[in-house]
Design a protein around this ligand. Structure first.
Ligand SMILES: Cc1cc2nc3c(=O)[nH]c(=O)nc-3n(C[C@H](O)[C@H](O)[C@H](O)COP(=O)(O)OP(=O)(O)OC[C@H]3O[C@@H](n4cnc5c(N)ncnc54)[C@H](O)[C@@H]3O)c2cc1C
Length: 483
């Protein structure tokens, strides 16, 4: 019999007893087993995965997480970590067996420290991303991770999926924004790596094992995040482009001409704008005339003496227009105008979901090869499926497209499902030919596990399996996900 960090007694025992012990560790406010309250935790955003659970626990501290994991591990109870449940690959959803428990980080939402001088923020894993952005801003600093789900996703989920979003072109993925983490290992021990150091070459950089691990190696309970100087001026532009190669040429020019201050560079074909206008109330067409290709870009400056950002952007776009890259453009005139542009971009997932079924692909290829890939991907899909429309859009500045096939609601679900794998393979075969990635930012979860095993280098898969075995030999941490 061992005594845990919160004083609970831990030993191997029958699972029902273990569940009672877990409830006692987290206290009455720390668990849910009511079917109605559990419901939103059992289904994913895209409504593709539905699971069952006998218990959801919401620990309030790292010590409670550690005790829950220790008791669960001793009783062989599998654990599914969950943050905001906004993930796109079903990683936070338990299996249909009903045997797994969900460990939600929702109540671990404290900002422990903001150190403006060190440009760091130390936080608990359940903090909502938007809360962290706002807290950084209040401290006259900037936390750049930004994505459509920021009002409900958690930093623990962001790190566990190595989230990307709309500012990667300048700041990188979540992995590049973290200096240290704290994690509860599958045996309940706590690894405290909460260091705010920019230089630390003391052997293997273990925190990176947990980035993108999707809860399969342990539970991230805290993180030290990098902060940046706060932008003093930010301008957005919506540009109608001649074609995709012109958009890529504009990206290079914009980075060079603005002192590499492009934060966002998103591609939207007309079909995606039409989809958003059709389904989301209050959206306004960004330009008076309709065009086939659009780029939404944003540039910023952190210098308070730089009042020429708007002029520089205007000059850049004017020159690109003279050279025939841009056909038409609008620069945001005020914050409301800028937010109106953002609403178009951020409403895409909701519009897609409302319209019908989506066969989604979150892929990346080298930026220079995107136009070639787009055409090859479109042709490959047409050979296996003719009921949908290819709507590839997204983070062009990172070489990451959401290369989705939108299928209208009048096509029977069974027809779509029958072709699902063939469409996935058609796209992913092309991704492989272009030396790209079948998951640029959403992760693997349950959704892409088979695809990962099909396309990934066998040696990499073997090394991943060995790491999993080393950290979680009994396989209690989010089994069935990733590997
Ligand atoms: C409208 C919309 C827009 C989106 N846009 C983007 C985008 O632009 N870029 C992007 O990358 N993603 C995007 N996403 C996907 C999603 O928001 C991200 O994957 C996000 O990082 C998930 O965070 P979460 O807290 O919701 O995690 P969850 O969905 O709860 O969990 C995701 C995975 O991480 C694991 N996990 C969660 N918390 C922890 C923890 N503390 N420790 C260990 N494992 C944990 C879960 O088990 C699961 O495997 C979008 C989603 C929506 C709904």
């Amino acid at each position: 019999m061992a005594v845990s960090e919160t004083g609970a007694q831990v030993s191997g025992r029958d699972q029902t007893e273990a569940l009672e012990e877990i409830k006692a560790i987290v206290g009455p406010k720390g668990w849910i087993d009511d079917a109605e309250e559990l419901e939103p935790h059992l289904i994913d955003f895209r409504r593709r995965f539905r699971g069952e659970t006998r218990l959801l626990v919401r620990p309030k501290s790292t010590a409670e997480v550690a005790d829950v994991v220790r008791v669960a591990a001793a009783a062989g109870i599998e654990i599914v970590p969950q943050g905001g449940n906004t993930g796109m690959c079903g990683g936070a959803i338990p299996s249909v067996s009903g045997e797994q428990i969900i460990l939600s980080l929702q109540r671990m939402d404290r900002i422990i420290e903001i150190d403006p001088t060190n440009h760091t923020m130390t936080v608990e894993a359940g903090c909502i991303l938007q809360t962290l952005q706002e807290a950084a801003s209040d401290a006259d600093r900037y936390f750049p991770l930004s994505l459509g789900a920021q009002g409900s996703c958690t930093i623990g989920g962001n790190l566990s999926t190595n989230a990307g979003g709309v500012n990667v072109v300048k700041f990188g993925n979540a992995r590049e924004l973290v200096l240290g983490i704290e994690a509860v290992l599958p045996d309940g021990r706590v690894w405290n790596g909460l260091k705010g150091l920019r230089k630390d070459n003391t052997g293997y950089d273990l925190k990176h094992l947990f980035m993108g691990a999707e809860g399969t190696l342990g539970i991230i309970t805290g993180a030290v995040l990098k902060l940046f100087p706060k932008p003093r001026d930010t301008r957005a532009a919506f540009c109608a482009m001649r074609d995709l190669p012109a958009a890529i040429e504009l990206l290079g020019r914009a980075r060079a001409e603005t002192g590499d201050s492009v934060e966002t560079f998103e591609y939207l074909p007309r079909s995606v704008i039409d989809l958003v206008l059709r389904h989301i109330p209050g959206i306004v067409d960004p330009l008076e005339t309709q065009y086939a290709h659009y780029v939404m870009m944003e540039v910023s400056t952190t210098s308070s003496s730089d009042d020429g950002l708007g002029d520089r952007l205007e000059a850049l776009l004017g020159e690109a227009m003279e050279d025939g890259l841009i056909i038409d453009a609008a620069i945001s005139q005020n914050e409301a105008h800028r937010q109106a542009f953002w609403r178009i971009r951020e409403s895409i997932p909701e519009a897609q979901r409302t319209d019908g079924m989506v066969i989604a692909h979150d892929v990346s290829v080298p930026i220079s090869r995107i136009p070639e890939f787009y055409e090859a991907g479109r042709k490959a899909i047409a050979e296996v499926f003719t009921e949908g429309e290819v709507m590839g859009f997204g983070h062009l500045g990172d070489g990451n497209l959401h290369f989705n096939v939108q299928v209208s609601a009048d096509v029977p679900r069974e027809t779509v499902l029958a072709s699902y794998d063939a469409v996935n393979h058609a796209v992913h075969d092309q991704v492989a030919l272009f030396n790209g990635s079948i998951s640029a930012e959403h992760g693997i979860g349950t959704l892409k596990r088979d695809e990962l095993h099909h396309y990934e280098d066998p040696l990499k898969l073997e090394l991943m399996a060995r790491i999993k075995q080393a950290l979680d030999p009994d396989g209690i941490m989010n089994p069935g996900k990733v590997i």
